[in-house]
Design a binder for this molecule. Sequence first.
Ligand code: C2E
Ligand code: MG
Ligand code: MG
Ligand code: MG
Length: 289
Amino acid sequence: RAKEQGRNTYQFYTEGMQEREVMRLELDKDLSQALANNEFVLFYQPQLNLDTGEIQSVEALIRWRHPRRGLLPPVEFIPLAEESGRITDIGRWVVMAACRQLAAWKGTAQEGLRIAVNLSGRELDDEDLVDHIREALAAENVPADRLEVELTEEIFIQNIEHNLNQLSRLHQLGVHLAIDDFGVGYSSLGYLRDFPVDLLKIDRSFITEVTERHDDAVITRAVINLAHNLGIEVVAEGVETEEQLSFLKNHRCNFAQGYLISRPIPVSDLEKALASGVLVAGITADSGL
Ligand code: C2E
Ligand code: MG
Ligand code: MG
Ligand code: MG
């Protein structure tokens, strides 16, 4: 009986795995065409400066306009691209597209905006990454400090020496460095001393209940203080309520990002929203500072 059950369970998983494997292979094949077919697009999510009430940075978040499956979020293809190594070329496209966008904004109302791009640890392995970023900035004649790079704590766990070297070179270029999803990465705090970090992004999991849970509030306040004492600025991710925003303002968090301010949106929507002032208006009305 037990044996039979075991076998059924086994078969169940095997079939499921085979199906997933077929889907994965198909997706990987589509992914191999996606760059050539120009199917990737960057959405932008604004970051609100809590001191000035202005939007001074936007995070670029990749989407894939899949020919049959519609608009796919990164979770559907970035892990696969990391496994296959296609992430290197995708990352190059992201950096180039961000630089092109920054150049296109010259002389417009968006002139002062900074763009943050996400890089995975796998992309940092690429020896030519820094050269490529330098060339992309130069090709579009964009100052390096308009570009920010977001990395998660995974880069402090493996290949530390290599990663430190890469980030030092990037920082020397003038590119700003942000630690994404801060606080969930099982890494030591020592890297805040050794790596040239400009910005910490407190993970959404601490912000979601920051006004209801004492522990989340304590951790969030501690991270803000720790960062500020090290000369690092702080972004709160996943801000969805006015109460969270007030909390963050009261505790001197520098920036807020989340659905309350805006979801990630196409560039045309971003330009419209910035021009009409909607991103700032409702937010600064009752500033509670
Ligand atoms: P991330 O960099 O931590 O980005 C934040 C994610 O949280 C985004 O999901 C964003 O849409 C979502 N988000 C923002 N505000 C809120 C909020 O208030 N509530 C909730 N529930 N969610 C919010 P998205 O766009 O699906 O991206 C997921 C992850 O994919 C990113 O996490 C990043 O790690 C990765 N990613 C995105 N674009 C790229 C890229 O160009 N290259 C690489 N390597 N990874 C990327
Ligand atoms: Mg990010
Ligand atoms: Mg994040
Ligand atoms: Mg993340």
